[in-house]
Design a protein around this ligand. Structure first.
Ligand SMILES: C[S@@+](CC[C@H](N)C(=O)[O-])C[C@H]1O[C@@H](n2cnc3c(N)ncnc32)[C@H](O)[C@@H]1O
Length: 357
């Protein structure tokens, strides 16, 4: 689409200066594309003809400036929201049901399609490709996170049919396969918070490491630590090893495939200054394992649990303290307690940072 407009003709070398003045005077037509002409000339579209004093000002600064008129291409405005793109295709009530939260993992968008929009899911997927230029694939959640590996099923909606991608988080890059190993972009701040607490020279054990967003980041931030990442899912450990290499921290990352309890019993007893336990569903069953992994002098545990409906954080703390004491250790202090995110209606993932003796 094009439009005729008055314009300024200037040598390319004067383009930036001219544009600055024209913008200041509010003369540039920003809906049209500036054109390059022959002989290194630029054509800057205007919203109207110049007044005498505006021309004088411009030519004082850019003596070679000439006036003209020509046809300019209109800028392709990128639609901002899904509702913008779909406003002519969906009724207002359906527009109101469009997904607000889109999880972006690398170039994959993961959405929840409400039942009312089931018949329009491809329309919604294509609108996401239009509004998010970095997205190549749209997947819909097709169930809850479940099972030992904490995976969910996805339905392919549009784009490239794939579940593997490269995700960037906190300055690190991660190979992720959302169908084969757990990964949530919503934990980015938590990964960073924990990594920032690590002290020089520590040994860290992540009992449920996944593809390594705690492990790799800690190793990257702290060149003088050793980080052990355990996961029962062999695919997660393969990705963790790749991610350690990708971020050049393989010399301080030790990735072990297996059940956390067994791995600690066999290889990691008494090695840790810090233990990370991000398996909120069942981490409570592994508190004895975390205690066993800690050095005899004690250390820090980052424990994640769910608090649902009428349960309270206080309940979670009590269960934690009881399990620690059953393992012959003591909770010296809870240094940080906070809901990390809402995981379902009235269900929160909560973190307890504790010092254990
Ligand atoms: C919620 S994910 C957390 C992954 C990672 N820490 C993160 O922040 O993305 C929990 C991980 O624990 C692993 N897991 C479950 N049971 C386990 C066990 N008994 N021993 C070791 N890993 C286990 C799962 O395979 C999954 O990758």
């Amino acid at each position: 689409m094009s439009k005729n407009a008055f314009c300024l003709q200037v040598p390319k070398k004067d383009g930036e200066r001219t544009l600055k003045i024209a913008n200041k005077l509010g003369l540039t037509d920003k809906t049209l594309l500036i054109q390059k002409g022959k002989d290194d000339l630029l054509y800057i579209p205007l919203i109207r003809q110049l007044e005498e004093k505006e021309l004088t000002l411009l030519t004082t600064h850019v003596p070679q400036l000439k006036l003209g008129a020509k046809s300019f291409l209109k800028k392709n405005k990128q639609p901002q929201t899904l509702a913008d793109v779909l406003k002519n295709e969906l009724e207002p009530t359906l527009l109101g049901a469009l997904p607000r939260a889109i999880d972006v993992v690398g170039d994959i968008a993961i959405i929840e399609i409400p039942p009312r929009l089931e018949a329009y899911k491809h329309l919604v997927g294509n609108a996401i490709l239009k509004t998010h230029k970095n997205i190549r694939t749209v997947l819909a959640k097709a169930g809850a996170v479940k099972g030992t590996y904490r995976l969910r099923e996805f339905e392919f909606i549009v784009g490239e049919q794939k579940t593997k991608t490269l995700h960037k988080e906190n300055g690190c890059s991660y190979f992720v396969d959302v169908a084969k190993a757990y990964f949530s972009p919503r934990l980015s701040s938590e990964h960073n918070r924990v990594a920032s607490l690590v002290q020089s020279g520590e040994n860290i054990v992540d009992l449920f490491a996944g593809v390594g967003p705690f492990v790799v980041l800690i190793a990257k931030k702290h060149p003088d630590v050793k980080v052990y990442g355990v996961d029962i899912n062999a695919d997660a450990i393969d990705l963790l090893k790749k991610n350690a290499r990708l971020n050049r921290v393989e010399n301080r990352v030790y990735a072990v495939a297996g059940d956390a309890r067994q791995v600690v019993n066999e290889k990691l007893e008494g090695v840790a200054d810090r233990v990370i336990m991000n398996l909120p569903e069942t981490a409570v069953e592994f508190i004895d394992t975390a205690c066993k992994a800690l050095k005899s002098s004690g250390g820090v545990v980052h424990f994640y649990g769910f608090v649902r409906l009428n349960e309270s954080i206080e309940n979670l703390k009590q269960r934690f303290v009881a399990a620690v004491e059953k393992s012959g250790r003591q909770v010296k202090i809870f240094s940080y307690i906070k809901p990390v995110r809402e995981t379902a209606p009235r269900e929160y993932q909560v973190v307890l940072d504790t010092k254990i003796l």
